[in-house]
Design a protein around this ligand. Structure first.
Ligand code: HEM
Ligand code: HEM
Length: 178
């Protein structure tokens, strides 16, 4: 049994789990919201909750990216073959990409509605664009398609983590545990 020598920094671990939980809640909310009919009094509440959490994830990802540039992840143990290193790098890179692009697209779509974003009921980020359903629908369809990409990536990611934890028992999981 060979253990990963090192861990991610405390801040990287904190951001991983906070963003992870928020993104799972965004997916659940997104799917739930989709079926709330227009005119239902709950609709605005759930839409604004999703938008507020989504904007928060976008901001946390910017901090995370900045932190990661200054604190590179610990080197993988030598037991991990080259193809797995490349796959891990690729899947983490794609996760970072989609975790930044999704909030940007969602936020951009909200800029072409008359609602904008009411951030956790505290203040309103008024839309910068005009009320343009065509642009909004186009951006929202990208947001929708990307939601399948992110769900697929997360499923692969969690399965890989479980494989390392339960089958290989190589200590990879402990690199991301507090
Ligand atoms: C990482 C961040 C985000 C994730 C993972 C995410 C995920 C999702 C998912 C899974 C859906 C349901 C799929 C669909 O109905 O199209 C959805 C819908 C939606 N998202 Fe997001 N979202 C994120 C950020 C945002 C942001 C920042 C905003 C706006 C400020 C936003 C606005 C919306 C809206 C308005 C819908 C509903 C579309 C509709 O049903 O008409 N999202 N999101
Ligand atoms: C049960 C849930 C999860 C487990 C057990 C888990 C586990 C891990 C582990 C062990 C690592 C470090 C891999 C390494 O040492 O190379 C990691 C990295 C990462 N995880 Fe997760 N994860 C989970 C959920 C999530 C979710 C929901 C997301 C996305 C929203 C996510 C995004 C990431 C990203 C982007 C990295 C790369 C971090 C970096 O290199 O800066 N994880 N995860």
């Amino acid at each position: 049994m060979i253990f990963g020598q090192d861990k991610y920094t405390k801040i990287a671990i904190f951001l991983h789990w906070v963003v992870g939980l928020l993104v799972l809640s965004l997916i659940a909310l997104g799917i739930y919201m989709h079926d709330i009919p227009k005119g239902d009094p709950d609709r605005a509440f759930f839409f604004n909750l999703h938008k507020s959490i989504g904007v928060t994830v976008g901001l946390l990802m910017l901090i995370r990216l900045w932190w990661r540039r200054k604190n590179l992840p610990p080197a993988l143990p030598n037991s991990i073959p080259g193809w797995q290193r490349r796959l891990s790098k690729l899947s983490h890179g794609l996760l970072y990409g989609v975790l930044i692009v999704m909030p940007v697209i969602g936020f951009a779509a909200s800029q072409f509605t008359k609602y904008g974003v009411t951030y956790f009921g505290l203040f309103k980020i008024s839309p910068m664009g005009s009320n343009n359903p065509e642009i909004r629908d186009w951006l929202q369809s990208i947001h929708h398609d990307l939601s399948y990409v992110i769900m697929g990536l997360i499923a692969i990611h969690i399965l890989a983590a479980m494989y390392h934890w339960i089958v290989l028992r190589d200590g990879i999981i402990r690199r991301m545990l507090p």
